[in-house]
Write a protein that binds this ligand. Structure first.
Ligand code: NAD
Ligand code: DAU
Length: 339
């Protein structure tokens, strides 16, 4: 198989490329990434010399470049990870989210239509379902939960999902969609909760917890997500949505305290700051469908995954130090100073 992976210089796309080239050494992977602030070529350094891998710096909204690449490579499948992915940034500046997440998705699917009805997989998110109440642990997101978004980010992802389903119905494009819960693991950009807390802890900097830290997220080790996507692309039913999650709900404050403990720091570092606007209370995935249809189950429990993740950040300081010493400093000041 020859696959196009977009957003492969980012967190999940990068982990997917590493996983995929090991799992399917006979396949060829072409990565398209614009290298925005979230894209890091150093994430792909270990595979750059692999002759089954090609990196192309390009914007998924750039129709001419995307079409030329499809004409040249004639891929069998496309897996779209490329997106603007951070909720807080979408609250500050929604426009780029609409452009990349919606128009980029349409451009890729148009290329799929033109160059042989190529198999298309959309990497979506549980955030398209909105949130669940904190006091109803019996409620979970299923594939039939109505779309009901809270942030410009989740609205742009929901818009893309609707477009993917429309391309299937209108043009017969062979598509699938996965909606996953929060991922964690290596190569996670330090604007997100877990890597931000690890990095700040290591510098003894304040740990900014939004509101009271009681919001709940459902955490999945990134490699388990990669395996789920691989299964869906190979064996998933065309036109279907698959929820991906590992029944691992945790309150933000408990995650922060766990990281503090693992790194031997003090809880005095915790600083409660103004809450995120429109902050979703709780996400929780029901993964029954992917388990029953495709046999997928998460393999890494949170206790093991968080230890592996912290170890990775300790052993790969140069990867994240390069990020936090750059433009990130301005971002951090803007988002957190006087918050
Ligand atoms: P990320 O922000 O770490 O990486 C995004 C990548 O996309 C970067 O490499 C960036 O350079 C690239 N990109 C952005 N705009 C582009 C454009 N216009 N053209 C080409 N490349 C572009 O994101 P992530 O956390 O790895 O998320 C990947 C996907 O998974 C996203 O679609 C996101 O919505 C979805 N998702 C993420 C999570 C999570 O917990 N991180 C959970 C569920 C779903
Ligand atoms: O659920 C899947 C989604 O998970 C993905 O679609 C998104 O791309 C991904 O960014 C993530 O969204 P969240 O908003 O849940 O992740 P984030 O790491 O930004 O925040 C996790 C929780 O931690 C959330 O309740 C906000 C809180 N938080 C976050 C940061 C960055 C803090 O309390 N302090 C912080 O500094």
């Amino acid at each position: 198989m020859k696959i196009v992976v977009t957003g492969g210089a980012g967190f999940i796309g990068g982990n997917f490329i590493h996983y995929y080239l090991k799992a399917h050494p006979e396949d060829r992977v072409i990565c398209i990434d614009k290298l925005t602030y979230a894209g890091n070529l150093s994430t792909l350094a270990p595979v750059m010399n692999n002759d089954k891998f090609r990196f192309v710096k390009a914007d998924i909204c750039d129709r001419e470049t995307v079409f030329a690449l499809f004409e040249e490579e004639q891929p069998d499948a496309v897996i779209n990870f490329a997106a603007e992915s951070h909720v807080d940034r979408s609250i500050e500046d929604p426009e780029v989210f609409l452009r990349t997440n919606i128009l980029g998705t349409a451009t890729l699917m148009d290329a799929c239509r033109v160059f042989g009805n190529v198999r298309y997989h959309q990497v979506s998110t549980d955030e398209v379902y909105g949130d669940l109440p904190l006091n109803r642990p019996d409620l979970l997101f299923t594939e039939n939960t109505p779309i009901h978004t809270s942030s410009p980010y989740s609205s742009s992802k929901a818009g893309a999902d609707l477009l993917v389903q429309a391309y299937n119905r209108t043009y017969g494009l062979p598509v699938t969609i996965s909606r996953c819960s929060n991922n964690y693991g290596p190569y996670h950009f330090p604007e997100k909760l877990i890597p931000l807390m690890i990095v700040n802890c290591l510098y003894d900097k304040p740990l900014p917890v939004y509101g009271e830290g009681l919001n709940v997220r459902d955490w999945l080790y990134v490699e388990d997500h990669c395996k789920a996507i691989d299964l869906i692309v190979r064996k998933g039913r065309i036109g279907e949505v698959y929820n991906v999650g590992g029944h691992n709900e945790m309150r933000n404050i408990d995650i922060v305290k766990l990281i503090i403990r693992e790194l031997g720091k003090s809880e005095d570092l915790i600083t409660y700051v103004t809450d995120r606007k429109g902050h979703d209370l709780r996400y929780a995935i029901d993964p029954t469908k992917i388990h029953e249809e495709l046999g997928w189950l998460p393999e890494t429990c949170f206790e093991e995954g968080i230890k592996k993740t912290i170890k990775w950040y300790l052993e790969n300081r140069s990867w994240w130090e390069e990020i936090i010493n750059g433009e990130y400093q301005h971002y951090y000041e803007k988002m957190y100073n006087n918050r």
